[in-house]
Design a protein around this ligand. Sequence first.
Ligand SMILES: NC(=O)C1=CN([C@@H]2O[C@H](COP(=O)(O)OP(=O)(O)OC[C@H]3O[C@@H](n4cnc5c(N)ncnc54)[C@H](O)[C@@H]3O)[C@@H](O)[C@H]2O)C=CC1
Ligand SMILES: O=C(O)CCC(=O)C(=O)O
Length: 418
Amino acid sequence: MSTYSGPVFDMARSQFETIADHIGIPQHERPRILLPKRAITVACPIHRDDGSIAVFEGYRVQHHLTFGPTKGGTRYAANVDLGEVAALAIWMSWKCALAGLPYGGAKGGIAVDPHSLSRRELEALSRRYMQEMIPFVGPQTDVPAPDMGTNEQVMAWFMDTYSMYQGQAVPEVVTGKPVAVGGTVGRREATGRGVAHLVGRAMERIGLDPRGATAIVQGYGNVGSVSALTLAEMGVRILGVSDHTACYHDPRGLDLAAIERHVAAHGSLAGFSTELAFDPKELLVQPCDVLVPAAVERVIDADVARRLRCRILAEGANGPTTPEADRVLAERDEIFVLPDILCNSGGVIVSYFEWVQDIQRLFWEEDEVKRRANQILDRAFHQVQERVQRERIPQRMAAMAIGVEKVLDGKRRRGLFP
Ligand SMILES: NC(=O)C1=CN([C@@H]2O[C@H](COP(=O)(O)OP(=O)(O)OC[C@H]3O[C@@H](n4cnc5c(N)ncnc54)[C@H](O)[C@@H]3O)[C@@H](O)[C@H]2O)C=CC1
Ligand SMILES: O=C(O)CCC(=O)C(=O)O
């Protein structure tokens, strides 16, 4: 019986087994590559505003320590559990290896709906979580960052809590911070910009002009909104957007500037329009050139995959496509899939730049951040395309094969203590 279970962990395991079979990893070596090195579970008690005490379960999974510290975001969502966090940590490992970053993967989370907390409660919970994590994280051990349900402010509270304990400012313990406390310019936008940049590369590959192309984006948070805005800057018309509160679709194209103003004023898409309201279950299967799932896992199952009407599937989210859906997409062979570990890697790439800048206390201009990020994204993209061509395998298999092989090679070279 494994410590890790649930549909998201099963998905990470199944993907790994497919790759392990493909590249021929012997059975006896597989657990060493797949199973997380460390998993920490903490209870985080806080005072609610009404004076009661609530206890929230928090997690941090550190997948492997072969190349340096572990790295990955922190998710606040009601259904977070250890299996999901472990899967997300494993995916971070393949992602960092594909991008050539000196990290293993990690992920953290708290089982809480952040919308159910006041700002004071959110701060108390974030500080308590980081306080509980102090023995297990650090600039050379494990460097957290934002993920779904967390943002720059939460990272600032993490950094402050850790720094107070050390008696000095330690900005390099966490990335995705506000620039005012050691964050890098361009991290907030990095994931969405990376998604759009790679969509541009995929368009070049299939001969699609971004001007006049169309896109649909599921999830209008950090990744989804920046993806939509950057695609729009490239000339792409955004036909549909959704978040956990609302879904809108307009075949003529949505007014993104108006949507941005609405979200800035109200915090979500709810209440933007009644005429454009659309069934969220049908959004993903509407015709468009580019589909960007940028919310939760497993939204594209085999049935949705059969009905997709996009030309490029750009996975802003982690794990949006199930292995069964992957098989359907491989059979259809008409949709260019930008797999999550490539497509959304702009975020961790710029987190790496933030960590490097913090350690050096030397900060870069935004142009340099963008240029270097695009250079790494392009390198990874071309390595994946080359492998797709050479081995006639789907994009996800190619991306994962590169990531898994790098981790395997590092482990083999470091050896096992006899
Ligand atoms: N923030 C980052 O730098 C990175 C995030 N990711 C992944 O991107 C995805 C989104 O993350 P963020 O944008 O950071 O989170 P966020 O918390 O900023 O935004 C998430 C968005 O998804 C929406 N959402 C939640 N459930 C939904 C549902 N069932 N249907 C439609 N919308 C729903 C929320 O309302 C919100 O608009 C996650 O899968 C995350 O792991 C991946 C790489 C980096
Ligand atoms: O920026 C980071 O360190 C990690 C971002 C993340 O959580 C992800 O890529 O899924």
